[in-house]
Design a binder for this molecule. Structure first.
Ligand code: G16
Length: 544
């Protein structure tokens, strides 16, 4: 490790002089792009050290996903394709908060603490979304990697889930798939096409309208379009010609419960919104009264569980199924899965990094955040069992067919992280098999009316929560206030939490009345504004 070089380049080009406070949040470091140069340089170094420590390739993705175009961010991906291990998030925080004078000391301390061999091989797999600031930040990351003697494999402009996929492929010696973007598209498409039969469908809609949030997902979706043109027809809008995430994309549609810009308005068209780095997906349609119906992450998870509950018994294999949700999960979805489908549910804090690990406790763990971020994870023993059953000549033809179908489902899912396009293929597979249109999909349960708001406060770090973010511990008195507000609403529920990706506090409310829920959300937002030092105008409570 050439500490002198690292130090010189840091002071000369990537100085931490802006004193901007930043933490490794829900999905890495995320803030205004102009504050991130030194962060990327340091994360390039950290990724290299982590790669030396793990003796495996590490991923580094430059993206701010659903945030506005002027933001950017970086997250590191561990060798198995998962988010960076929690203990290393602290190291990332120490490294990024170190002054220029402290940087080398923090680096040396980490290397000694973890007994890292400085001359070990290191590979960092790099990708970025379409943000203009991406190329400048990439340069900083590459400098950090190269100066700490790591090898860079730059895959250019790719989606976040594609980067996760590439990391897994490279670290499993291509067992998970071919480590190229073509390999990714082929693996998922072939599995999807394999489960398509020639049966005539009466209700299924093969026409899809896809809002790509003007982000990198448009590029990936176009590649799928070419491969799948004989089975589904994907019309892409917000395809990169407009402003990233501006009045479009999964986050916008979910939070504002409205159509994105340029969306078709014809009733019952099957529409999809993905986000700026294509790791979230929301289905939606509007009815003949122009009412927008959202089929969010909760409903997608419920569809997947419903399907697995039907398919798995046909394989004859004994497989335990579970779901992981967060506090944002609509009460109706939780009720449907636990009471009607009788499938166990665990709850975690917001962040795929938490849901993913919890889901791994089940044989087949489905996890979804209501915002559309989710996937399915399969225990290795289950995958092996499925492969063995397919080869087993003693099982019935019916069981074999079901098992083959299930093994293709495994292949079509990007197990490393939520992947909007892989999730789309899975949903389309299920709808096709059930011969359902989007309205039939919507009918599996009826959402409780819900509302999300954002409140700006002086310092959101004063807000502390527990119980998977469902209880607010500080500021003192806020939870009691929320409880007393909620108690006035039938089936009322509300919680607040500081966002880990934006400088805001999020407010969630639900109850059984579509008008009243707006009032409840505003009342809770006002309580946050009053008790947590809100800045800007106070939230206004609607009259009815
Ligand atoms: C990221 C995380 C998600 C999380 C979302 C919002 O998504 O990966 O797990 O739900 O941020 O987080 P918060 O409420 O803390 O702002 P993305 O799509 O923005 O990377």
């Amino acid at each position: 490790m050439d500490y002198l070089l690292i130090d010189n380049i840091s002071r000369k080009y990537y100085s931490n002089s802006c004193q901007h406070k930043i933490q490794y949040g829900t999905a890495g470091f995320r803030t205004r792009a102009e504050h991130l140069n030194y962060v990327l340089y340091r994360m390039g170094i950290l990724a290299t050290i982590r790669s030396k420590f793990c003796a495996a390739a590490i991923g580094l993705m430059i993206t701010a996903s659903h945030n506005e175009e002027s933001d950017n961010g970086v997250k590191l991906v561990d060798p198995s394709g998962e988010m960076l291990e929690a203990a290393w998030e602290n190291i990332a925080n120490n490294l990024v908060s170190a002054s220029d004078d402290e940087l080398i000391h923090v680096l040396r301390e980490t290397i000694n603490h973890y007994n890292i061999k400085e001359d070990a091989e290191a590979t960092v797999i790099v990708g970025r979304d379409t943000r203009k600031s991406g190329s400048m930040l990439l340069e900083a990351a590459i400098k950090g990697i190269e100066n700490s003697k790591g090898n860079v494999r730059d895959f250019g402009i790719i989606t976040t889930p594609q980067l996760h996929y590439l990391v897994v492929c490279i670290n499993t010696n291509h067992q998970y798939g071919d480590p190229t973007i073509e390999g990714y598209i082929s693996k998922l498409s072939n599995a999807f096409l394999g489960n398509r039969n020639a049966q005539e469908k009466k209700q299924y809609q093969s026409q899809l309208y896809l809002d790509a949030a003007n982000g990198v997902g448009a590029i990936a979706a176009r590649k799928f379009t070419e491969k799948l043109e004989n089975s589904i027809n994907i019309d892409i809008f917000n395809d990169g010609s407009g402003v990233l995430n501006s009045k479009c994309g999964a986050d916008y549609v979910k939070i504002y419960q409205t159509l994105p810009l340029n969306s078709p308005t014809e009733p019952y068209f099957k529409c999809i919104s993905i986000d700026g780095d294509a790791d979230r997906i929301i289905y939606y349609y509007s009815d003949q009264f122009q009412k927008v119906h959202l089929l969010d992450g909760d409903k997608i998870a419920a569809l997947i569980i419903t399907y697995f509950k039907e398919l798995l018994p046909l394989t004859g294999l004994s497989i335990q199924l579970g779901l992981v949700q967060t506090a944002y999960a609509n009460g109706a979805s939780t009720n449907y899965v636990s009471e009607i489908l009788k499938v166990p549910i665990s709850f975690t804090s917001t962040g795929v990094k938490y849901l993913h690990h919890e889901a791994q406790k089940f044989d087949v763990g489905v996890y979804f955040e209501a915002n559309g971020h989710g996937t399915v994870v399969f225990k290795e023993e289950i995958v092996n069992m499925v492969h063995a059953a397919i080869k087993d000549e003693t099982i019935t033809e019916k069981k074999r067919k079901a098992t083959i179908k299930f093994s293709r489902i495994i292949d079509m899912i990007n197990q490393s992280v939520g992947d909007a396009l892989s999730d789309m293929l899975l949903v389309e597979t299920i709808l096709y098999e059930k011969d359902w249109n989007v309205e039939m999909f919507d009918r599996i349960y009826t959402d409780l009316p819900n509302k999300q708001l954002k409140v700006k406060v002086k310092d959101r770090s004063i807000i502390k929560t527990e119980n998977a973010e469902r209880t607010c511990l500080s500021p003192i008195g806020l939870q009691q206030k929320i409880d007393s507000l909620v108690s006035l609403y039938s089936k009322g529920r509300a919680f607040i939490r500081p966002s880990g990706t934006e400088d805001i506090v999020r407010v969630y409310a639900e109850c059984d009345d579509a008008v009243a829920v707006n009032k409840l959300a505003a009342e809770v937002a006002l309580a946050v504004h009053q008790l947590a030092d809100g800045i800007g105008p106070a939230p206004v409570i609607p009259n009815n």
